[in-house]
Design a protein around this ligand. Sequence first.
Ligand code: DSN
Length: 405
Amino acid sequence: MLREVDPEIATLIQAEEHRQARKLRMIASENDVSAAVLEATGSVLTNKYSEGYPGKRYYEGQQVIDQVELLAQDRAKALFGVDHANVQPYSGSPANLAVYLAFLQPGDTVMGMSLPMGGHLTHGWSVSATGRWFRSVQYEVRKDTGRVDMDDVRALALAERPKVIFCGGTAIPRTIDFPAFADIAREVDALLVADIAHIAGLVAGGAHPSPVGHAPVITTTTHKTLRGPRGAMILTDAAHAKAIDRAVFPGLQGGPHNHTTAAIAVALKEASQPEFRDYAHMIVKNAQALAEALLERGFDLVSGGTDNHLVLIDLTSKLIGGKPAAQALDRAGIELNYNAVPFDTRKPFDPSGIRLGTPGVTTRGLRPEQMPLIADWMDRAIAAHDNDQALDLIAAEVEELLGSL
Ligand code: DSN
């Protein structure tokens, strides 16, 4: 049908499908959703407006949509063990903005991890509205360990007295110490918000400690390790539920994307199955096997390794910037992103590092024994980054492996 109506777009979608199929997709924040999630995303639910919440809508005809959203909420609550789930945020940034609207006034102090240290734009980084409209203070990692030092976080919190503290981020290869963040938040009377966008699937599958019971408000996207559609959720205790709901709607958003809500419900059902626990643990096993194989090949890993799905490489010792390395790797069939590393001396558009993760390749069926092969391809591709013929040869080997799965 699409091919008849719009052959150009149909052809492009098919091309993207082929591109994804023949690449090692290792962008740490991406994954491959199931056919069931895709089907829900592409359903007639996209036709429906439903501003409000189940039972309290501003449009008629919600007999089915209410059931969909209630199912998504109930599954999120059960999976993560929380009192309340708002499944309407359009994505991670709007979910975090809802936190600001719910609990802060412009100019109030917010504390988060600095972006180049592994935090997220919306945790108060200077170019984001959250850094421009609020007084933002940012914690870092230690230069010698590449890890967050909770004594430093505590000292900053005591000095700056933030109203909200964010923990979590986008390039953190180590376990987040939720109890320690909770102690600090309690001491300075701040609200602790855990942004678990990257690790939600690991938390759901028991492969990373849960923030529940430590952070009263938890934000997450649904499309990374959780392996759902592009969307987000905010999970809260009972005390913070109303403020979050009001902030999402009518504070920030109009009608929820019901097709996404349905696909989130499907993903949450999948994540509650025993196989998903195996999947979450395999993501970590793969990342650790990959980290080990990279270390053996002389790569410099931020923090020396990983506890989760993500590996952050400082390429300074390899005498190549992150951007040319990422471009060469893409040509070699290994898709990842260039990334700043802590204390980076290069510019954000051509930083010193690359970031990669194992959620996608684990979904694809790769196992720890295949990780040295990936490390080897990466080593070869970076050494031959200006040799297209050598890169194409690696891409052919990658395609052969993926074809054999
Ligand atoms: N773009 C997401 C990531 O790649 O981690 C964060 O917003």
